[in-house]
Ligand binder design. Structure first.
Ligand SMILES: [Mg+2]
Length: 295
C-alpha cells in the first residue's frame, strides 16, 4: 500500500537528546554554583526535585521554583544574578550540541518534495519540543508537531509572574512559535498509549497501513505502531549512548524524566527480543526505503 504519512518520534530519533541535555544541564548547574556559592550537591538535588515534579529537566523555570530561590526572596536581583547567567550557560551548550542526526534534514526535505506528510509525535512538553523543532529548523519540514501539554509560567502566591520581562515579551510576540501547527495532546496520551498516533491518523484521514512510525523506543514507539497497525521502524541508531554519558545523565536527571525523553536508555536485549521490530534503522534515511517499498 502506498505510504502517505511518516510519523516520527523526536528525542533520540531526529537528534540525540542525551548529547545536548547532559552538557546543557551541567553548564547550568556550574553557573548556579558559581553565582550562589552553593555546593554542587545542593544545586543538583534542589533542581532535580523541580524537574521531577514537572517530569522534565527542561522545565525552563526550575531556578526560581527550586528551594534555592527560597533563600533569596527578591526576584529581580535573583533573576539578574543567578537565573540569567544560568540560562545563558544552558543556551550556549545547547547551541553547541543540539543538532539533528546525520541525514535527518536531507531525508525530511526529500519526503516533503514527494508530498509525503511528516508528523512528529513526542512525549516532550510543548515548549521544549517546539523550541527544538524551531532551533534546528525542522519545523519548516514537518507537517505538524504533536506534543504533551506545555508548561505555564511560574507565579508567586501573590500572583507576581516569576519570569524575566524579556521572556514574557517574546512569548507574547510569538517568538517561540514553530512554523508548523503544534497540537498539544492530553497528558494521558503519552506513549505507549496508542491514542496519540490514532489521533494523528484521524486528523489526516490516513489508514494505519498507509503510515510509517519511526522511533528509538521499543516499549513506546514500536509498541504503539504495532498496536495501531502502522509500519514500525526502530531507530536503533538513537539508542547508542556511552556509559560515561549515561552516568552523567543519572546524576542530573531523575529516572522518571530519562524514561520520558530517552526510554530506550533503559531498554536492553530482552525488550529487543520481545518487540521484534519490522524494520531496524542504522540511520534515518532508511525511512525512504520503507516508503518506496510501501510496507
Ligand atoms: Mg525517543
Amino acid at each position: 500500500m502506498p505510504i502517505k504519512l511518516v510519523v516520527c518520534d523526536m528525542d533520540n530519533t531526529l537528534y540525540p537528546w542525551i548529547d545536548f541535555i547532559v552538557p546543557a544541564v551541567e553548564a547550568m548547574v556550574d553557573s548556579v554554583c558559581l553565582t550562589t556559592g552553593f555546593p554542587r550537591i545542593k544545586v543538583v538535588q534542589s533542581l532535580k526535585a523541580v524537574y521531577a515534579k514537572y517530569e522534565s529537566n527542561e522545565y525552563p523555570y526550575a531556578r526560581q521554583e527550586s528551594s534555592l530561590y527560597a533563600e533569596f526572596p527578591e526576584f529581580k536581583s535573583f533573576d539578574k544574578l543567578v537565573i540569567q547567567p544560568a540560562r545563558a550557560a544552558f543556551a550556549e551548550a545547547r547551541r553547541k550540541y543540539l543538532r539533528p542526526f546525520r541525514t535527518v534534514v536531507d531525508t525530511l526535505t526529500e519526503l516533503k518534495r514527494r508530498n509525503i506528510l511528516v508528523v512528529a509525535l513526542t512525549d516532550a512538553p510543548r515548549n521544549p519540543a517546539e523550541y527544538r523543532a524551531r532551533k534546528m529548523e525542522l519545523d519548516g519540514l514537518l507537517t505538524a508537531l504533536y506534543t504533551l501539554p506545555g508548561f505555564q509560567f511560574p507565579a508567586s502566591p501573590e500572583g507576581e509572574k516569576l519570569i524575566a520581562p524579556d521572556i514574557l515579551y517574546r512569548d507574547e510576540r510569538g517568538d517561540y512559535r514553530a512554523a508548523c501547527p503544534v497540537i498539544e495532546l492530553p497528558r494521558e496520551h503519552e506513549k505507549p498509549n496508542g491514542a496519540g498516533l490514532r489521533e494523528v491518523l484521524r486528523a489526516y484521514g490516513v489508514r494505519p497501513a498507509e503510515a510509517v512510525m519511526v522511533g528509538d523506543s521499543l516499549r513506546k514507539d514500536i509498541a504503539v505502531a504495532k498496536e495501531v497497525g502502522a509500519v514500525d521502524c526502530w531507530a536503533e541508531y538513537g539508542t547508542y549512548a556511552s556509559v560515561e554519558y549515561r552516568e552523567r545523565l543519572d546524576i542530573i536527571s531523575a529516572n522518571a524524566i530519562t524514561q520520558r525523553h530517552a526510554a530506550s536508555v533503559f531498554e536492553g536485549d530482552r525488550q529487543k527480543a520481545e518487540a521484534r521490530p519490522t524494520h531496524t534503522f542504522s540511520n534515518f534515511s532508511q525511512v525512504l526505503d520503507v516508503v518506496d517499498a510501501g510496507r
